[in-house]
Design a protein around this ligand. Structure first.
Ligand code: ATP
Length: 548
């Protein structure tokens, strides 16, 4: 913990440097090492860093906050907007057959009957009677299974080390007694769990928890209540008459707004199948277990796209969007090895195929995005409940049908956490210095350029302000005249700013400035006239989009 505290205090220490003149060489400091942290430590320091640098604040903090509700600060909102733009442009600008909408949080209550959310948007919850903590029963079992998997992988890694080049993994898995014992245990529990899921058998969920000796991580006891269903939708009333049928829900997903507007968009946009409708907006879920910072929130944002196609072609489009979405993630340069697909064994009531794109978060691989083939479930049910014909006449086949649909659905906040948890690191520099740096992909960075007069006098601020006034039309800029230049560099590194531009006395004579790059700390002297194009090459979102 002392180590974590040291990292948390890191940004507050003087980073040295003073108001010394800029050194015109490639590296002002050299990186020696990236300081290792456990995933747990990383997560703790990241949460503290998000608050310290204005990315994320607990909501209503002066009243001690509200569980699983967070506000985005001055830096956070910029990063969030950039992520939205990367997604929105990739969907609507790069695909001529995808258009966007912005539908309301409140929808007619029948929407949620048609979508199945009133009847089936439930989580199985269980309470520990000693700690009084509430858990999702399915998560407790899944975590137990993941631990067995981890044990098996550890055995395999040991075997690989022991046998070196002659290691035959398949044979090892089939013969090693420790692996075999754990695999049998895994298969037994896994099969029971799958059957319980299919049958929605809550008694069996509890029995599995008891049989596997799963204890509450807080109290350490196995004193569990029965498993109960819990509907995740928040409800309120639209008027104040208090009648039961005034009940209205806060949407638990943005997708239904798209389905309900399908006819309007298809007709007014003269859209031909296949085509898609994209939307970014708030969603609300009364999550039972709302931990892990912004990974699981009660109010969050989704970026969803529903792609409508001819029945029978949905698997082709499902595979198409799987690949497309994975390419969108990998394009950010955060390491292809940090993503994986996880195909669903139990399909939701509306799906005939489903996969998650998982990311390697500080707490392990977890769902970042869902891709579902939703068949004609949603449009078909809205047709039934509304009595309005939702059919598409296909001029190519001469048939009318309810279109099938493939959905891509990503949580904006989870995407935010992906970017920050990958970007955060602490580096040891030569001379005993260290720095915290957020290596956010440059086009997503909240601030692109910091403009820094070396001294706040001698005519330097005037020149710096002039440069700022020019750059601000193209880039999000920050003007920072205070503190030593070293401290200012460290501040910008910790906020993820890709470029610092420093104006010194020489600038007054040669019209050149020093541009410092965040990740390498390279410093280069460049004419002011070239600044804009140099920065643009790295931070322009269009370059990222062109690589897709
Ligand atoms: P999980 O299994 O983690 O609860 P889900 O399968 O219920 O997620 P979907 O209904 O498929 O999630 O929602 C699509 C995306 O919305 C998810 O991949 C995730 O990124 C995001 N999301 C869902 N619930 C939340 C939440 N409570 N907080 C933040 N993001 C969320």
């Amino acid at each position: 913990m002392a180590y974590v505290q040291r990292l948390m205090n890191h940004g507050k220490k003087s980073a040295g440097g003073g108001a010394s003149p800029i050194v015109h060489k490639n590296h002002y400091f050299c990186k020696i090492n990236i300081i290792d942290m456990t995933q747990d430590e990383l997560f703790k320091v990241l949460v503290a860093h998000c608050k310290e640098y204005g990315f994320i604040f607990p909501s209503s903090e002066i009243y001690d906050g509200l569980a699983a509700v967070y506000d985005y600060g001055q830096m956070g909102v910029e990063l969030k907007n950039n992520i939205k733009r990367y997604w929105w442009d990739a969907m609507t600008r790069l695909n001529e057959n995808i258009v966007g909408i912005d539908s309301c949080v409140f929808m007619h209550p029948k929407t949620w009957v048609a979508s199945g959310h009133v009847a089936a948007f439930n989580d199985p919850l269980i309470d520990n009677k000693d700690s009084k903590k509430r858990y999702r029963a399915d998560n407790l079992i899944e975590d137990y299974l993941a631990k067995i998997e981890e044990k098996i992988e550890k055995e395999v890694t040991k075997g690989r080390k022991r046998f070196g080049d002659s290691f035959d993994e398949a044979q090892f898995r089939a013969t090693n007694p420790n692996v075999l014992r754990e695999q049998t245990k895994y298969d037994g529990v896994h099969n029971r769990y799958l059957a319980a899921q299919q049958a929605n058998d809550f008694k069996e969920y509890k029995q599995i928890i008891l049989d596997c000796d799963i204890a509450d991580p807080i109290s350490g006891t196995k004193n569990w209540t029965d498993v109960r269903q819990f509907n995740l939708m928040f409800s309120t009333q639209i008027s104040n008459t208090g009648e039961a049928d005034d009940k209205i829900y806060l949407r638990p997903e943005t997708a239904q707004g798209i389905f309900v507007d399908y006819l309007n968009v298809q007709k007014t946009g003269r859209m031909k199948i296949p085509f898609g409708i994209a939307q970014i907006g708030k969603a609300f879920r009364n999550e039972i277990v709302a931990r892990q910072f912004i990974f699981r929130m009660r109010e969050f944002e989704q970026m969803e796209m529903e792609f409508f196609c001819r029945p029978g072609t949905e698997m082709e489009w499902f595979n198409f969007w799987k690949e497309k979405r994975m390419a969108w993630h990998v394009n950010l340069g955060m390491g292809a090895e940090n993503y994986r697909f996880h195909d669903h064994e139990k399909l939701a009531h509306y799906a005939n195929a489903a996969t998650d794109i998982e990311f390697n978060f500080p707490f392990g691989f977890k769902e970042l995005e869902g891709i579902h083939s939703r068949t004609d479930f949603d449009l078909g049910n809205h047709q039934k409940l509304s009595g309005k014909k939702i059919q598409y006449f296909d001029p190519e086949t001469g048939e009318s049908y309810v279109p099938y649909c493939v959905e891509t659905s990503i949580g904006l906040d989870r995407m935010f956490l992906t970017v920050l948890s990958h970007a955060y690191r602490v580096e040891e520099l030569e001379g005993g210095e260290s720095r915290v740096v957020l290596s956010i992909p440059a086009p997503l960075a909240p601030v692109k350029v910091a403009v820094l007069p070396l001294l706040n006098k001698d005519g330097l601020p005037e020149v710096a302000q002039k440069i700022m006034d020019e750059l601000k039309y193209d880039f999000a800029c920050q003007y920072d005249p205070k503190d030593s230049i070293g401290k200012r560099y460290r501040r910008q590194d910790a906020a993820g700013t890709p470029f610092c531009v420093t104006i010194d006395h020489e600038t007054l004579r040669d019209n050149c400035v020093t541009i410092r790059e965040r990740d390498t700390m390279d410093q280069t002297r460049v004419p002011i006239a070239e600044l804009s194009s140099l920065i643009d090459k790295e931070v322009n979102m269009n370059n990222l989009l062109r690589k897709l």
